[in-house]
Design a protein around this ligand. Structure first.
Ligand SMILES: Nc1ncnc2c1ncn2[C@@H]1O[C@H](COP(=O)(O)OP(=O)(O)OP(=O)(O)O)[C@@H](O)[C@H]1O
Ligand SMILES: [Mg+2]
Length: 240
């Protein structure tokens, strides 16, 4: 589903160069649920944004669903993203002036789907996340957990092959976080590949596989117990 080899990302300003990713190797197979952990500033969001074609990369190779995405035009990348990828953010990113139905409708309209298909997809997605009776509600009328579920519905309505989540439970209390995690597990069981960045060790432990990013490089924690010790040692170090 997702294959990155030696991917690097350098942010350059006039004064500084930041190496956000350094030779990152990361593979995610079809149908997996992978949790990504790592210290603040280690490159997790950068990785996710590159994986989701929101950002380009400086070096290396990235195959999404077997397709080499390096060198695609902005337009081609947007189309690919819209067709294959769903995003969930820590801050939900719902549009405050639109009700839940219309929030879910935005990316589908962009895809040029007809009204009947859009309606059917949106109703199904909002029902799946338990918000079928709230379609006319505005984001401000919902709890944090409900807003995040609405954001998940918006992603689901597009039937993404790959769901990318950047700390989806970061703004939720532990009970709402568990509810969102259960929903993601259900979505994964139905066949969607999920990559989730999280700071919550309890949630990370529930994923099938954990990848740890430290200083822009990835370590697969399920492969090798010694690597796990190395990763946790460097985590302890970077946490001071
Ligand atoms: N647009 C940008 N311009 C310059 N530097 C950036 C930019 N975005 C990220 N960085 C830098 O790249 C590095 C990795 O950032 P990133 O946001 O990927 O970290 P993260 O692991 O998601 O951290 P956190 O857990 O705090 O969200 C950091 O040093 C950050 O300052
Ligand atoms: Mg981040």
């Amino acid at each position: 589903m997702l294959e990155m080899r030696q991917v690097s990302k350098v942010y350059r300003t006039e004064l500084v160069e930041t190496h956000a990713l350094r030779a990152l190797d990361l593979h995610v197979r079809d149908g997996e649920f992978v949790a990504v952990t790592g210290p603040s500033g280690s490159g997790k969001t950068t990785f996710l944004n590159i994986a989701g074609l929101l950002e380009t990369f400086t070096g290396g190779e990235y195959l999404l669903d077997g397709e080499d995405v390096r060198g695609l035009s902005d337009d081609a990348r947007s189309r690919l993203r819209n067709r294959k990828i769903g995003f969930i953010f820590q801050s939900f990113n719902l549009i405050p002036d639109l009700n839940l139905f219309d929030n879910c409708d935005v990316p589908l309209r962009y895809r040029g789907m007809n009204a009947a298909e859009r309606r059917q997809r949106i109703e199904q997605a909002l029902s799946q996340v338990g918000l079928g009776s709230r379609m006319k509600h505005y984001p401000s009328e919902l709890s944090g957990g409900q807003q995040q579920r609405a954001a998940i519905a918006r992603a689901l309505a597009g039937s993404p092959r790959l769901l990318l989540a950047d700390e989806p439970t970061g703004n939720l209390d532990s009970q709402m976080a568990r509810g969102v995690m259960e929903l993601l597990e259900e979505i994964n069981e139905q066949g969607t590949t999920i990559v989730m960045v999280t700071h919550d060790p309890e949630l990370a432990a529930r994923a099938q596989r954990n990848v740890h990013i430290v200083d822009g490089m990835a370590t697969d924690l399920s492969v090798e117990p010694t690597l796990l010790r190395v990763a946790s040692a460097s985590l302890a170090e970077s946490n001071g």
